[in-house]
Design a protein around this ligand. Structure first.
Ligand SMILES: [Zn+2]
Ligand SMILES: [Zn+2]
Length: 286
């Protein structure tokens, strides 16, 4: 991504000033991400303040405070920087750095001890939350993610999917996983990954862990339902991993409008989502 991020032209809370010429963003050939924007702007669902979701080297999205801060006021363990659209947990030697939003989030009931400058910033975010609440512009907990799932439902809300020798927890049912690419109309592609003409994966019952570690030996021995894409050609598995419909899997120049939603599956962490029965009565365990 060629876009650079500076604290110039921004309000104190990181929201951009509206003046200024719009410029076209494009995907650099050497960019590790096809996300059109350096970040996905959303609102913290706990406090209502703006956050920027960035992808990290481990592909796990991280919410950052939208503005850069002077490195001097941020303790070293809390410093982040963004390079080529990817967030790195370190400073880059410049006088500016980034910080995660949860470090500052005023909705956290047990906040960590902050430096006076960061405490002041947190206080200003808290004032903004109160103003949003007073004007009815924000309701805490809006756009909640599904936190729990029935252990024995026919269509898992967040299925476990196996592809490229890894397992991921999907953000939504398999049929509802949507392409992240941008269309020529600059909207997000409406096509699902599982379109007619593509080979679907296969539901199977399998042990909860691919490679059992010492930590996971305490897990129940029962098999779990896994949507297995591992038998598809490599290119198809890669298409699912990058979350593209068949059209956008072949058009490399199309930028992405959203992050791929895969979360690395952890049988202990995601225990609430484990299904022990295969979805649909026509699916056989082979
Ligand atoms: Zn927050
Ligand atoms: Zn698409």
């Amino acid at each position: 991504m060629r876009s650079t991020h500076t604290s110039r032209g921004r309000h104190w809370d990181g929201s951009p000033h509206t003046q200024g010429r719009r410029r076209a963003l494009r995907v650099a050939a050497d960019s590790p991400t096809r996300l059109l924007r350096t970040a996905q702007h959303r609102r913290c669902r706990h406090c209502g303040n703006q956050v920027e979701w960035h992808t990290t080297v481990t592909q796990r999205p991280i919410p950052l405070h939208p503005a850069e801060l002077p490195t001097l006021i941020v303790p070293a363990p809390d410093r982040w920087h963004v390079a080529s659209g990817v967030a790195h947990h370190a400073d880059d030697g410049t006088p500016w750095c980034r910080i995660t939003h949860p470090t500052l989030c005023p909705a956290h009931t047990t906040p960590q001890t902050l430096t006076p400058a960061l405490d002041e910033l947190r206080r200003r975010l808290a004032l903004r939350t109160r103003r949003l609440l007073d004007t009815g512009a924000f309701t805490p907990g809006e756009q909640p993610l599904p936190e729990t799932a029935e252990p024995d439902i026919c269509r898992p809300a967040r299925p476990v999917v196996q592809l490229l020798y890894s397992r991921y927890l999907a953000a939504r049912p398999v049929e509802d996983i949507q392409c992240v690419a941008q269309t020529i109309r600059r909207t997000r592609c409406p096509h699902p990954l599982l379109t007619p003409g593509t080979t679907p994966g296969r539901w199977t019952l399998a042990p909860a862990t691919l490679h059992r570690t010492r930590r996971q030996l305490a897990l129940p021995a029962a098999d779990i339902a896994v949507y297995d894409l591992g038998r598809l050609p490599y290119s198809e598995q890669l298409r699912w991993r990058t979350q593209h419909c068949p059209i956008h899997a072949t058009t490399q120049s199309a930028p992405d409008l959203a992050l791929a939603e895969w979360e690395p599956f952890d049988p202990l962490l995601h225990h609430a989502f484990l299904a022990t029965r295969l979805p649909g009565s026509d699916q056989q365990h082979r």
